[in-house]
Design a protein. Structure first.
Length: 318
């Protein structure tokens, strides 16, 4: 019999489910210079962003290597910067170092909000009105003001609901009353990894280029003006993005140990960073940064005593 979390995984893919998002932080950026300043600090187009919009993004160092992945909520009175909780201090310190005399303020709002993902085809009916991908709504409900963003990660559609911390239980009860079921961490992890979404600090880190991760690509503007690290991104893009490595999935019949090296034709081409069971693939799915010599779909690799197959991400249904 399949474990309970696999049923939840199917439910999310077929209908919808919700889960509490842990391990992420929120920083509010305000001030007259906040948008022009952030525009020069991240890979996304902040100046040209629509009001009430959401996007994936990333912050780079001067050599084009990643400082952090980001998600940005462009609200009328502020920009909310979401990142891994362990990286919030690094992101805020980096912003302050470049700010100089810019008119802006950073406030840690992590404890002010609870994050809830509502994932699957029926999630579109949860909000007060139909939403377009990347749209953000201010939603008055449960006696407070909440923020609803259509992120479409890990599935289309997916909504990320930011709820005042004091209303978290009321929000979870509201979703249950609406007929939705909570999914546990294992199901949410499988959905995330099948979508090709890495965890910064586990699957990718400060040695990586943003172009190495397909999931980050939607947040990159190749037309905007200068930003920190742009020269590296622009040069690689202009040369056809012939990168040394790319994030890929590795499918195996048995579970490999994280950190185990991948070999292709007798040469090491990467290592496993994280692994889950993938109900969609019917195999174990590992994430790995793989050398370009072995990134094609179906490439056979060895992982210690195991054999595996390279797959592009996201995993396709059927």
């Amino acid at each position: 019999m399949a474990p309970e979390w696999e049923r939840q995984h199917r439910m999310a893919r077929d209908r919808a489910g919700f889960n509490r998002v842990n391990g992420r932080s929120l920083t509010a950026l305000t001030g007259d210079d906040s948008r022009s300043f952030l525009h020069g600090m991240v890979v996304s187009d902040i100046q040209g962003a629509k009001p009430n919009s959401w996007t994936l993004s990333a912050m780079l160092n001067s050599k084009g290597r990643m400082v952090s992945d980001l998600a940005l909520y462009n609200l009328p009175d502020r920009i909310l910067i979401e990142t891994e909780r362990d990286l919030q201090g690094t992101v805020e310190t980096t912003l302050k170092r470049y700010a100089l005399r810019a008119d802006l303020e950073l406030r840690n709002q992590t404890e002010d909000w609870a994050m809830i993902d509502i994932t699957g085809p029926d999630s579109a009916a949860v909000g007060p009105e139909p939403m377009q991908p990347g749209q953000v709504l201010s939603w008055e409900i449960l006696g407070g003001r909440t923020v609803l963003a259509r992120t479409d990660l890990p599935l289309q559609p997916t909504l990320r609901w930011l709820v005042p911390a004091g209303l978290e239980q009321a929000a979870l009860d509201h979703l249950r009353t609406a007929g939705l079921e909570r999914i546990d961490h294992a199901a949410a992890t499988a959905l995330r990894m099948e979508a090709g979404i890495p965890v910064f600090g586990t699957d990718v880190g400060p040695d990586n280029l943003v172009l190495e991760v397909p999931a980050y690509r939607s947040g990159i503007s190749f037309d905007k003006g200068c930003y920190v690290g742009q020269e590296t991104v622009a040069r690689l893009h202009a040369r056809g993005e012939n990168l040394a490595r790319h994030l890929r999935g590795i499918l195996t019949d048995q579970e490999p140990e994280p950190g185990t090296a991948l070999e292709y034709r007798g040469k090491e081409v990467g290592s496993v960073s994280s692994t889950t069971w993938s109900p969609l693939a019917g195999k174990y799915l590992s994430l790995a940064l793989v050398h370009r010599s072995a990134t094609e779909d179906g490439t056979a690799v060895t992982i210690g005593p195991l054999t595996g197959e390279v797959t592009t991400l996201p995993i396709q249904d059927g």
